[in-house]
Each structure stands twice: as structure tokens, then as C-alpha cells.
Ligand binder design. Structure first.
Ligand SMILES: [Zn+2]
Length: 166
């Protein structure tokens, strides 16, 4: 039987999760960096975005994710939309290589004064990046300093419990 390379998935490390029932953990300094990025964008009336880098782990309850780093790059943004520029995308891959963590586990972006949710465009973006793979979307609204995390399964966006780790 040949080894099927296209379905080869990397070995997921077994490690008990810090809090039972919670599948999403973010390092405190990453939350601070994202909030700071969102604040800087808010001053210019622009949304911001970036990718979440970290570890996909498993325990007896299944898969969970720890975010260890966040990266961003050149953005093309206004008050209601944001995307990476072509040059930004190219630079992004170099930045990811230098990050702590071994997988792109999600993305973050900001909403200016409209609250934290996933719009139809956000859902398409999310599915475009992650498809069926494990991926989380963090939305930050710097106007009232709120943050929420979502996953995007078949049932549509679901709010995900997030634990901030020091
Ligand atoms: Zn959005």
C-alpha cells in the first residue's frame, strides 16, 4: 500500500488542555499586540488584520489550540474592509517562519464601532483560509475594547470560549 502524501497530516502532539471544556488559548502578550494594532488602526479609521500562529494539540477530549504569536503585514484597508496587499502577503510568509508556533491556527481583524461578529465576507474569508481545518477568528472592536473568538463550522459562526494565558 503506497503512502498517500496528499492526505498526510502532521502528527498532533498529545498534551492535556489547561482548562476542561475550553479549546482556545491565547498568550496574554498576543492579545495585547492585537489590541494595540486595532487601536492604531482605529486612530486612522482603518480595520486591521493578521494571522494567529501557534500549536494544534490534542488530549482525550479532542483537538485544541494555543496561540503563541500573531503576525501582520502591509494592509489595504478602510473603515469597513481590510486585506493583505500582494507585497504584504509575500512578506507574511517570512514573518510566519520567524514566529513561535508551528501552525497558522486562526486570524484576527478589527471592526470599527459595529461590535464583534463575523460578517458574510468574514465567513467567506475564514472558509477561504481554513476550509475544514481547525481555524479560529478573533474579532476586536477598539471603539469599546471588546474582543470575541469564533469558529466557523457547518452550522455557521459559533462564539468560542477563549482563555488568556500569562
Ligand atoms: Zn469583519
Amino acid at each position: 500500500m503506497p503512502k498517500i502524501l496528499s492526505s498526510d497530516t502532521p502528527e498532533v502532539e498529545f498534551s492535556p488542555r489547561p482548562v476542561k471544556g475550553v479549546s482556545f488559548y491565547v498568550a496574554e502578550n498576543v492579545v495585547a499586540a492585537m489590541a494595540d494594532h486595532a487601536d492604531r488602526g482605529y486612530e486612522e479609521n482603518k480595520e486591521v488584520m493578521g494571522l494567529l500562529i501557534g500549536y494544534i494539540l490534542k488530549d482525550n477530549d479532542g483537538i485544541y489550540v494555543k496561540v503563541a504569536d500573531a503576525v501582520t503585514s502591509d494592509l489595504d484597508a478602510d473603515e469597513a474592509s481590510v486585506r493583505f496587499t500582494q507585497e504584504g502577503l509575500e512578506g507574511l510568509f517570512d514573518s510566519i517562519d520567524k514566529c513561535e508556533g508551528d501552525a497558522v491556527v486562526g486570524w484576527y481583524h478589527s471592526h470599527l464601532g459595529i461590535g464583534c461578529y463575523l460578517s458574510d465576507v468574514d465567513i467567506r474569508t475564514h472558509v477561504g483560509i481554513f476550509g475544514d481545518e481547525t481555524g479560529f477568528a478573533i474579532v476586536i472592536d477598539p471603539s469599546d475594547s471588546t474582543i470575541a473568538t469564533f469558529s466557523c463550522g457547518r452550522e455557521g459562526p459559533q462564539k468560542v470560549k477563549m482563555i488568556v494565558m500569562s
